[in-house]
Write a protein of this length. Sequence first.
Length: 251
Amino acid sequence: MVDINNNSEVQAMTESCQILCDTLNHIEKYVIPGESVLKLDSIAEDYILSKGGIPAFKGYNGYPSTLCISIDDEVVHGIPQNIFLEEGQIVSIDCGVLKNNYYSDSARTFPVGKISDEKQKLIEVTQRALEIGIEKAIPGNKVFDISDSIQKFVESNGFSVVRELVGHGIGKQLHLEPQIPNFSVPKTFSLDTLLVEGMCLAIEPMVNLGKKDIYTLEDGWTIKTKDGSPSAHFEHSVLITKFQPRILTKN
């Protein structure tokens, strides 16, 4: 279980998260029709290294790249390929940074040029679902409060929440307890975990325009929707404080 309480730990975690936030800001301007997906990955890696960070995903359990770049019906963990972005796509970019022995993790979904109204709504609902979940990340609440609020909001908008993939604690390891599902039923996770000051959580709703079902490609990483519907992904690393959630990977 992650526990970040003293000022030096918070500062170290904050520096890692700031590099990550700046990386995603930097990458956003290249998410345009005709841009190379491999180039996005290279730009991100160079930027992280230039700021004294280390790409946290590259080499993690054998993952080959700095970014996870997931396009349209790819939910998460898309390996950057020698392909080019196309008008009307949506692109989820997930990135991690290691700095000062602390990890950060964040994701955003971007439009490529002009997108359909339903894809735009999917992006907006997923981003708002993350915000709603973060609002519940306060001492005295439980993981259930985050998970339940995300699920209810997403489903009230006619979309579905992925079940097999969840958020997590983060700190000196990329993945720590507690797990943070984006749904509250069926009760298959430790939803009763009490949230306390000093926890740092990577909260990350993954939302499908169609049904919730997913599958993994033969590469062992890329996860797609079974029905071919688009999917969106937003994530922040969030520190639970005495007063209110502190979003470390936010501008």
